[in-house]
Design a protein around this ligand. Sequence first.
Ligand code: SF4
Length: 302
Amino acid sequence: MSACRLCPRQCDAARTSQEPGRCGIRTGPGFFRVAKIMAHHWEEPYISGTRGSGTVFFSGCPLGCRFCQNHAISQPIPDKPLPGTDFSVRELAFELVRLAGEGVHNINLVTASHFAQDVPALVRQLRSDGLDLPVVWNTSSYETVQALRALSGSVDVYLPDFKFWDRDVSAGLAHAPDYAHVATQAILEMQRQQPQTVFDPDGLMVRGVALRLLVLPGHHRDAFSIIDWIARELPPDIPLAIMNQYTPFLNLQDQMADYPEMKRRVTTYEYQKVIEHAEQKGLTRLLGQERAAASAVYTPDF
Ligand code: SF4
C-alpha cells in the first residue's frame, strides 16, 4: 500500500507516520488500529439483542463528519497518532473469539472501511478459529463499490448509514460533496450481495441490509430526499432505523460556527415529519427512537 486508494478520498497516502492517510491511519497492510472492543448494548434491538453486539470501534474514518459522536477516535489530530492499539489479523481474531465467549450475538465492525482490504483475512481467521457468529459491517456508506465487492462472502449483515442527500450539506458537514452519489452506489452493492433480510427465532438479524438515517437539526428535508430514494430503489420492507440521537457536543461547536442549527437537538416536529414521510412513502419496517436517545450517555467512553 505505497499509495492508498481504498476509499473514495483516493488520497494516495503511504499510511505511515510520515505520511498518514486522510483518514488518519498510519498502518500498512495486515494491521488494524482499534480504539475499543466491547459488548455493545445500544445498537438496534435486532443487532444488540439481550446479550449485546460484539463490537470493534476502529480508529480513524474516511468520511470525518464534523459533528461525529465518536470524534475522540475518528478525527485525526496533526502530528499525533490516532488513539488506539494496532492489532494484526491474528491478534484481532483472538480478541473477538474471546469476546464471543461472553455470549454476544454477532461481530460488529464499526467504520472499518479504511481496513477493508484486510477484513476477508480477519473473517477467514475467525471461521478457522471456530467462530460462526454473523459479521456486521457498520458503515458511513462512504466507500467504493470495488472495496465492497472484496467483502462479498465475508459480511452477513450490512448496516449502512445514509447521512446526506444535498451535496452542499455533505460538502459543508463532511467535506464530501460526492457523498450521496457514493452512498447510493455502495448501498445498492450491499443489497446486491445480501438481498434477503433474515432474522433468527430471537429476532436477531443474521443476514441482509438494515439502513440508518440520523435526522440532523435544520435538515429534515434532506432526510425526505434520502427516504424518497430508499422507497424508489429498495424493497419496502427493508429495515430503516430513523434516529433521533443527534447530540451537539460542546467541544465541536467552534468547528460548526457556520452551521448554527447544528448546535441544537432535533425538534420533535422535525423528527415526526421524517417518520411520517417514511410511512407515506410505504416503508413498512421502521424503527424509531425516543428523544432521550439524544444524550452523550450513549456514546461509548473511548
Ligand atoms: S482509506 Fe485512508 S489512506 Fe486510503 S484513500 Fe481513504 S483516506 Fe486515504
